[in-house]
Design a protein around this ligand. Structure first.
Ligand code: NAD
Length: 528
């Protein structure tokens, strides 16, 4: 067993000091993956800085945003940039090593999200000019807020076997309930709480409402004045990050009529609702269901393409050509192309969340089996992609083959690697090949694998690769024909495998021919 000692002291710390003291000696830091800055996690509250910010923004209404992730950070920017300039925004996240850096980054003038949308930086610049955006870990913030927007994560845990079959899944609600408790402990009795987090249908009624009522009651406050609404996010953290919040259709609901009215009134001040009218649904269960149904539909649509992509490969058919032909029918215009798999935080969990709620909250026997199957099929796609690549590289040996992966983010133009299909693919590939390097214009640190990633394409392609595999369809690769020119420069012997259908064979150097040294997942090749 290992004990902590301090210099010149023979006694183990635990004997001499209280646990609290040991913890305070071992200082905790939170490192920004964007700047590399190591922030010391504060041990006391943030009242002074918070008061200073509130004093300066006295003329503005305070909106608190709980959760400064991919959604909360950019929702904060949209609210802080509202046309009437009537809001001051305080983003509240956690003082933990995983999250505190987001607070540190925002207050140091750096955004904790990377995206290809230039509006994100513009909105950040404007909020700095207005001095109406602050980030903190101090939940006392909620006591000053007229509106609290909930943008925290609610995860689904999955147990999968080595072939990515889902064996079980769960939605642990403890953290989410505690977050609602932190609001209820200090909020105003007439606050508007707007839940944007994707939640199992039934959550606002069964978890959020009773938690807030219980906390208000215990503080001796009225329990019939607060408003509770749900309006889910359709944000897309790619090239249209800001507009996918500000200039897009929204669905909302309230716990009661007054709550729904309050949500509508607030959303009209931050979203372009004249152009994109709001849709009010009857109950919070309806909007909660709408979100997970929307994403389950998409996940199923993709899993369908995966099945057909394997069929096409085995039968020598170019599925892209086939899908383009079918897409001309307006009723079939959203048929999906094949790819390396589905990633990101939402499509990989939301169908499971829906199924969980159907069983746990509404006693539906067996849950939503097709939706769960869709997630499982999608989770298997990187494995099929690995089989496709292994088959092409059968003659390549482990030690001497240099492989370059183009893209590690889960989608084009996004700096998010959560549940990226490239992760599973990379893990499988690295069990077979020793020399794999990765590039991504939006990711410098691949947090899940603790890997540094090259962000300059030019530097990356200076490596002498034998095989280049396109794993994320970043448009940056196509800008000014960058990738084609660099491939030309890289020399003749490179095999190119495109798992996302990004590259155009016609633009590649003349020596490339389909299924000879250029391969596309979903484009079949007969081996006979
Ligand atoms: N990322 C997307 O593209 C997207 C799109 C639509 C909807 N959503 C949904 O929006 C929600 C947020 O997603 P995200 O991608 O921003 O997640 P995220 O993990 O990037 O951010 C969540 C943040 O909440 C913080 N948090 C957790 N508990 C907290 C607490 N008690 N108090 C304060 N902060 C807390 C975490 O530290 C984290 O920084 C999820 O429900 C997600 O499904 C996400």
């Amino acid at each position: 067993m290992c004990c902590l000692y301090i210099k010149h002291n023979k006694a183990p710390l635990a004997n001499k000091y209280s646990i609290e003291k040991v913890v305070s000696i071992v200082k905790k830091y939170s490192k920004s993956p964007i700047t590399g800055e190591n922030y010391l996690i504060p041990q006391s509250n943030d009242r002074n800085a918070l008061s200073l910010f509130l004093d300066k923004n006295r003329a503005r209404e305070l909106i608190a945003v709980q959760g400064l992730g991919f959604v909360g950070t950019v929702m904060s920017l949209v609210v802080a940039n509202s046309d009437g300039d009537q809001y001051a925004v305080v983003g509240v996240d956690q003082a933990t090593s995983n999250s505190y850096w987001k607070i540190g980054d925002i207050n140091s003038g750096v955004l904790p999200v990377v995206s290809s949308d230039p509006l994100v930086e513009e909105f950040f610049k404007e909020s700095k000019k207005r001095k109406n955006l602050y980030a903190t870990y101090d939940t006392e913030t909620f006591s000053h807020a007229n509106v609290i927007i909930v943008d925290i994560n609610l995860d689904v845990t999955k147990v999968r076997d080595k072939d990515n079959n889902i064996q079980s899944y769960d939605v642990p609600m403890g953290g989410f309930k505690a977050a609602m408790g932190a609001i209820g402990e200090v909020c105003k009795e007439d606050v508007l709480i707007l839940v944007e987090t994707t939640v199992p249908p039934g959550t606002c009624k069964k978890i959020v409402y009773p938690t807030i009522v219980e906390k208000l009651k215990s503080r001796g406050l009225a329990t019939d004045k607060f408003k509770l609404g749900h309006s889910y996010e359709r944000v897309m953290p790619g090239p249209n990050y800001i507009n996918s919040i500000k200039n897009f259709y929204r669905v909302y609901s309230g716990m009661n009529e007054a709550s729904a009215d309050a949500v509508e009134k607030f959303l009209k001040t931050v979203i372009s609702t004249d152009e994109y009218p709001l849709t009010r649904l009857k109950t919070t269960e309806s909007t909660e269901m709408a979100k997970v149904l929307e994403n389950s539909y998409r996940a199923m649509n993709i899993s369908f393409a995966i099945e057909w992509s394997r069929f096409a490969e085995n039968s020598g058919v170019d599925l892209y050509e086939v899908i383009d032909a079918i897409r001309l029918r307006p009723t079939h215009a959203n048929l999906m192309y094949p790819g390396i798999g589905v990633g990101g935080y939402c499509l990989t969990k939301d169908p499971l969340m829906a199924s969980w709620a159907s069983e746990q909250f509404f006693d539906l026997d067996g849950g939503l089996q097709s939706s769960v199957k869709a997630v499982e099929k999608n989770d298997k796609m990187p494995m099929f992609c690995f089989d496709f690549v292994s088959n092409i590289l059968k003659q390549h040996d482990r030690e001497s083959t240099n492989i370059g992966l183009l893209g590690v983010a889960y989608g084009p133009g996004i700096g998010d690697t959560r549940s990226s299909p490239v992760e599973d693919f990379y893990n499988r590939l690295s069990s077979k090949y020793d020399n794999i390097k990765c590039h991504d214009p939006y990711v410098s640190m691949w947090a899940e694998l603790d890997l540094e990633i090259e962000t300059s394409l030019e530097i990356f392609l200076n490596n002498k690769f034998d095989v280049l595999i396109v794993t994320t369809g970043h448009n940056d690769y196509l800008k000014n024909n960058a990738i084609y020119e660099l491939i030309e420069f890289a020399g003749k012997g490179v095999i190119i495998i495109d798992t996302v259908g990004l590259l155009d064979l016609q633009k590649l150097p003349a020596q490339y021919t389909q299924n000879n040294n250029f391969f596309v997942l979903g484009v079949g090749h007969n081996e006979e």
